[in-house]
Design a binder for this molecule. Structure first.
Ligand code: AMP
Length: 284
């Protein structure tokens, strides 16, 4: 496994792939089973596997947890070595952003809802880093978790609008045994919060059951989810939304594929989760 720090060095390597397929997994590090599932899938399907670790300051708002975001480079490298990844790209902030951007990258669609609304500018920061990473790594395939479903559809829009030559693969959310979605941020949950945290997922399952039983009214379902979270956690609700998927548009009556998504805030930790359903409530 080779560790690369300098973007230009990564670009030299990227010119020598020849006709081999390259699976790329961008991460912010502090690796867990969710990341590992993406890496294993890439390893199964592609000739070369490249993982990046970069906590991207552009996607954090001024009052968010950029400084507190968990980091453990040595542990991550050990995990990636054991997985026999080919390259790890770990650039510094300075290497990625040597000068202030002279251009502006701004999403227009799919960002007025969910995390796009509660974290203004977040997806513009994601867009900037992902376009840079795609240009630096030049992968044939890129792997993402659908735990961040809004991020996935935003990146889909970028790739389609800009004709970026990469195939996107979205993989299902990996969970703890009680249902909590694996996340680097889970380490900041207190003992009690950790017990309550599973209820975010359970609330989404309640929404799914309602859809299966024929409930078509989005507002009613959102209310069910909210009241379950209020009853079973001490967290503050950031948002609970039911939207069309993948367009992320408001729906009143369920007629097609949907996403039911939530973000809740514990003391130090904001958690997100979602489920993707057909109109009949089957998991997508
Ligand atoms: P992050 O390091 O949090 O930016 O995540 C890097 C990639 O791993 C993103 O594509 C995430 O969607 C994905 N990911 C994070 N958590 C999970 C999870 N629990 N299951 C599947 N994928 C995940």
């Amino acid at each position: 496994m080779k560790i690369i720090h300098v973007p230009q060095e990564m670009q030299v390597i990227s010119k020598k792939y020849g006709n081999r397929s390259v699976g790329f997994i961008p991460t912010m590090g502090f690796l867990h089973d969710g990341h590992i599932a993406l890496i294993m899938e890439a390893k199964k399907k592609q000739d070369i596997v490249i993982v990046s670790i970069f906590v991207n300051p552009l996607q954090f708002g001024p009052n968010e947890d950029l400084d507190q975001y968990p980091r453990d480079k040595n542990r991550d490298i050990k995990i990636l070595e054991e997985l026999e990844v080919d390259y790890v790209f770990i650039p510094s902030v300075n290497a990625m952003y040597p000068v202030d951007f002279r251009i502006r990258i701004e999403l227009k669609e799919r960002v007025s809802v969910m995390c796009g609304r509660s974290r203004p500018g977040h997806f513009d920061g994601v867009a900037a880093v992902i376009i840079k990473l795609f240009n630096i790594v030049n992968p044939t395939h890129a792997y993402f978790g659908l735990k961040d479903a809004q991020q996935f559809v935003v990146i889909q829009a970028i790739v389609e609008d800009l004709n970026i030559n990469v195939e996107l693969v979205g993989l299902k959310t990996i969970r703890e045994t009680d249902g909590l979605a694996k996340s680097s941020r889970n380490v900041y949950l207190s003992e009690l919060e950790r017990i309550e945290a599973k209820n975010l997922y359970l609330s989404l399952k309640i929404a799914q059951n309602a859809v299966i039983q024929g409930q078509k009214n989005a507002k009613n379902i959102v209310e069910l989810v909210k009241s379950y979270i209020k009853k079973t956690t001490s967290a503050e609700i950031d948002y609970i939304e039911l939207l069309s998927y993948p367009d992320m548009k408001v729906v009143h009556q369920i007629e097609n594929d949907i996403i039911v998504a939530g973000a809740i805030k514990f003391k130090k930790t904001r958690l997100i989760d979602n489920i993707l359903l057909t109109e009949n409530g089957l998991l997508k």
